[in-house]
Design a protein around this ligand. Sequence first.
Ligand SMILES: Cc1ncc(COP(=O)(O)O)c(C=O)c1O
Length: 376
Amino acid sequence: MNHKFEFVNNRINKLKKDNLYRELQHTIIKKQYIHTKNKKLLNLSSNDYLGLDIGNLNFKQFQSSSRSVTGNDRKFLELEKKLSKHKSQEKTLIYPTGYMANLGALTAIIERHDTVFSDELNHASIIEACKLSSAKIKIYKHNDMADLESKIKKTKGRKFIISEGIFSMDGDSAKIKEITEISSKFDIITILDDAHGDFVFGKDGKGTANHSGASKKIDLYISSLSKGLGSFGGYVSSKKSIIELCINRSKSFIYTSALPSPIIEFTLKRFNSNREPRRKKLWNNINLFHKGLKQIGYETRSSSQIVPIIIGDEKTTLEFGKYLVKNGIFAQPIRYPTVKKKSARIRFSVTAWHTTKQLNETLSVLEKCRYKFKID
Ligand SMILES: Cc1ncc(COP(=O)(O)O)c(C=O)c1O
């Protein structure tokens, strides 16, 4: 018998035993619906928050090269200019994904002798990027400004603070104003990953820093084009010199192929479309869902379109998810390692696609769930 891969089977079996095993599902997404296992379900797990409906992609030609070789279609520059204006920054650089934007930008500017202060709930792409930079990493308690400041006071040398704008698994907002006050006081470089706040919060969807009145205090923005805008890709907006450094030092920019230009065209179309009515609709839906949940006795610290119901136990969370599917609703159960063990949750994302009737029906199902799964 070949024992070479026994350890792989053991690891898989352990995941199954701990209710942490993940299986890919076959899905087809159509507007606010998800088709899976021959069922049509209401999709409450989409990142296409604004649901901008501007037709389909027209794929004709690919650059098939890195942007630093022959892949720099002029459409990139057009979109980057618009994104710079959107963020009130000098320059922007588009990466193939938001994940790669974090890896690329952080490793380009942060070095071994630097210290990064990172919120304990920051996204995996930030955590990986910080590790890859080889800098010292100091994790501060979630949104705890006293902890952040006390850690800063004990640290010498060049410092960076990085936080998400809207925390991706909790849906709450970073204390951006307070963070920027601390960074001004100690002269620290401030980085905001606004993947979930961009295009949703602030004037014209400029993001959470704009919403907090602190946009001028952010030194570097990281964001995704795959969420509020419902397209694909990631970007970094900052000073001209920082973008120059990213172009020259980001491995996830240099040593990978450029996004196909039809995706950039598609993103431009979505960016240029009439986003404000969709954003208004999204906010009506967010407010309705938050208020409805409160009325039926659920507590959530969400201040955004991402609304988790924290259940704790992994097995119960999976059963909760299955019960939702039985009732025509898809919302993703989230477990370790995405969140801490025993803090499993169902994560809802409200979008502009949803109708009032659909959200009210979802709330009726959730009311039954509260008793069925004994959620306090
Ligand atoms: C905070 C945050 N940053 C970055 C990313 C990565 O973005 P992308 O999906 O474009 O790779 C995500 C994705 O969920 C995220 O939540």
